[in-house]
Design a binder for this molecule. Structure first.
Ligand SMILES: Cc1cc2nc3c(=O)[nH]c(=O)nc-3n(C[C@H](O)[C@H](O)[C@H](O)COP(=O)(O)O)c2cc1C
Length: 386
């Protein structure tokens, strides 16, 4: 077990061939949004209270009535099978054992039914991309509901894929083609290469099943990137509601106006997110946007946030600024990419441990006690307020 998420990132970088690591780790264009996400957490500093009784301290949090072990959720990430065979199932198991929800991506490489079987008692949420062929999304919602996924996370910030220079530089295309570069990469990363050879190239199994076709990765990857429904609008939430009875969260909101529209259209929650800096290259960090969005709609829906969370203490800052919880993108992926299911569990355990330590040092017994009085933005950053 390593000491912190950054150590798992380095281990993942060692184990994965460059094209897979860059896909996991990189951002869009010049990486401004990606860097800003992390930097924003460093700008907010804790203001602890002392001589408070912290003999008992609980990180428990509540999302839509579900009691989670901490205000953290393992967020949706596509193509996880590229990092470790059956990674979606391993992540769902790790989340379930840690007492945290897991969100399965539409672009998952395991069937949603298999993920349910791997985590029979887990709190599972389903992330939805809506493609032109709406029947696929309708079938995914039907299947997710039948497999007892409680919450739908509708991602709205990917009408097209962001421009990721590293992916084009690396020749990252699905299915992976045996180029000279990939062969050289494989030779220097034999464990990954051996796993891929043994388990086969990852497939977008959910999309394949819901489109009634075989899991042909080249076709489905192309479909995912080129055939997003560009007409999708707020009025379509009514269509989603007709097919989905559970809770509905809109992921990818980056401003007060859209947060208010989400309320007006009956969403149960939003994720303030710039997609981990993987879509538009240059945006505000999600944490920079959180306080104003929480002020505007925090009493009307549950607000989640993601982007740049690498420490348990980062999650506490987000909660202090109005988030109900944080979604983790890359952090558990570094765990699974370096050490499989054990790595994912270790990352979640160490982040929860960091959270407990920080809460006691803050003089805070319960997550619900956190608020703006526990944090302050450093003066130099305040000058550049959003
Ligand atoms: C490799 C990778 C794949 C992703 N795939 C998806 C996806 O399929 N659906 C989605 O809504 N978000 C996806 N995301 C975005 C994450 O859900 C999340 O918004 C982002 O990673 C949060 O930032 P962080 O990685 O800094 O925690 C992906 C992120 C990564 C790193």
């Amino acid at each position: 077990m390593f000491s912190c998420v950054a150590d798992y990132r380095l281990a993942a970088r060692r184990r994965l061939p460059r094209l897979a690591f860059d896909y996991l780790d990189g951002g869009a264009e010049d990486g401004d949004a990606l860097r800003r996400n992390g930097a924003a957490y460093r700008q907010w500093l804790f203001k602890p209270r002392v001589l408070t009784d912290v003999s008992s301290c609980s990180t428990a949090a509540r999302f839509f009535g579900y009691e989670a072990a901490a205000p953290m959720i393992v967020g949706p990430t596509g193509l996880n099978g590229l990092f470790w065979p059956r990674a979606d199932e391993l992540l769902a198991q790790a989340a379930s054992q840690a007492g945290l929800p897991f969100v399965l991506s539409t672009a998952s490489t395991s069937l949603l039914e298999d993920v349910r079987a791997a985590a029979p008692k887990g709190e599972l949420w389903m992330q939805l991309y809506v493609q032109q062929e709406r029947g696929i999304a309708e079938d995914l919602m039907r299947r997710a509901s039948a497999a007892a996924y409680s919450t739908l996370v509708l991602t709205v910030d990917v009408p097209v894929h962001g421009k990721r220079d590293h992916d084009s530089r690396n020749g990252f295309k699905l299915p992976l083609r045996l180029s000279r570069k990939l062969i050289a990469d494989c030779l220097t990363h034999p464990h990954w290469c051996w796993q891929m050879a043994r388990h086969g190239s990852p497939q977008l199994k959910n999309i394949a099943k819901s489109s009634g076709e075989r899991a042909d990765l080249s076709r489905h990857a192309a479909m995912l990137s080129r055939q997003m429904d560009l007409t999708l609008g707020w009025a379509d939430l009514a269509w989603v509601r007709r097919h989905w009875n559970g809770k509905l969260i809109i992921k990818g909101v980056q401003g007060v106006d859209d947060a208010m529209l989400a309320v007006a259209h009956g969403a149960d929650g939003i994720v303030v997110s710039n997609h981990g800096g993987r879509q538009l290259g240059s945006t505000f960090a999600s944490l920079e946007l959180l306080p104003q969005i929480a002020d505007a709609v925090g009493d009307q829906m549950e607000i989640f946030i993601d982007g740049g969370v690498r420490r348990g203490s980062d999650a506490l800052k987000a909660v202090a600024l109005g988030a109900r919880g944080v979604l983790l993108g890359r952090a558990p992926l570094y765990g699974v990419a370096s050490r499989g299911g054990a790595g994912a569990s270790e990352v979640l355990a160490l982040m929860m441990d960091e959270m407990r330590i920080a809460m006691r040092l803050l003089g805070c017994q319960r997550i619900g006690d956190l608020g703006p009085v526990f944090v302050e933005r450093e003066a130099s950053a305040r000058g550049a307020d959003v």
